[in-house]
Design a protein around this ligand. Structure first.
Ligand code: ADP
Ligand code: MG
Length: 239
């Protein structure tokens, strides 16, 4: 996609995050600047401990930065009141974790319904479950599903909240190779056919080939950024 014709959905400005203090201080982010364009598939690549999850958590409003700002559609999220922040997490952002993070006591359908924006579309829960190929599994509990199916529930949940921006933290990390590939294909379809804006965090450089743009993070800093004119389809990626 042409960058110059695109709208910015999210900006990160001079973001710093430290954990602990004094001798125990860990600098997880050390001055990160980036812009995410509407509709792009953006990959954050970096080895374990480089600060990827911290960056995603700041973007998703799950935790506050030490300094710097995260600006979503022109509004700084650190200025949000509690209710706005809850709303942001629930309806603007869809989080997909390595560990699925489903609620074990709730059925598939109930898990997705938790965040569903039924005001906008009363059928959204079933529509998203159908889209993710889970029509037959609605009454099952997460423990009755395979890892790949659980991750598809998590994606359906993210979509049912009507998220503009999907944040995927190592979404294939807990899955076997083939299942992981299917999940990447599904994310690719959401990007290419449904024009969702998607950020994928990974430590696997081959997976980064599917991104429209890729940044590399090291020691809490961006060390490289490139635009991928010919993203490789998930199907053709091997790692
Ligand atoms: P990645 O996702 O790339 O593996 P993280 O963002 O999880 O990296 O971590 C970046 C650095 O911050 C690491 O050194 C990690 O140990 C540290 N860190 C992350 N979360 C915490 C926390 N809650 N408390 C203390 N240190 C943390
Ligand atoms: Mg991580």
């Amino acid at each position: 996609m042409e960058n110059d014709s695109k709208n910015i959905i999210l900006q990160v400005k001079n973001l710093h995050k430290s954990y602990g203090s004094g001798e125990n201080e860990v600098v997880a982010l050390n001055g990160v600047d980036l812009e995410i364009y509407e509709g792009e598939l953006f990959v954050i690549l970096g080895s374990s401990g480089s600060g990827k999850s911290t960056l995603l958590n700041m973007i998703g409003g799950m935790d506050a930065p030490s300094s710097g700002s995260v600006i979503f559609r022109g509004r700084e999220i650190s200025r949000f009141k509690d209710r706005e922040l809850t709303n942001y997490r629930k309806n603007c952002i869809g989080f997909i974790f390595q560990s699925f993070n489903l609620i074990g006591e709730l059925t598939v359908r109930e898990n997705v319904a938790l965040v569903a924006n039924t005001k906008k579309n009363p059928h959204i829960v079933d529509d998203m479950l159908d889209l993710m190929g889970l029509s037959e599994k609605k009454k099952k509990y997460p423990s009755q599903l395979s890892g790949g199916q659980q991750q598809r529930v998590a994606i359906a949940r993210a979509l049912a909240g009507d998220a503009d921006l999907l944040l995927c933290d190592e979404p294939t990390g807990a899955l076997d190779y083939e299942t992981g590939k299917q999940i990447l294909k599904q994310l690719e379809t959401l990007s290419r056919e449904h024009h969702k804006t998607i950020i994928i965090v990974t430590h696997t450089k081959e997976i980064a080939q599917m991104g429209d743009r890729v940044i590399t993070v090291k020691d809490g800093k961006i060390t490289n950024m490139y635009v991928n004119d010919n993203p490789v389809s998930a199907e053709r990626i091997n790692w």
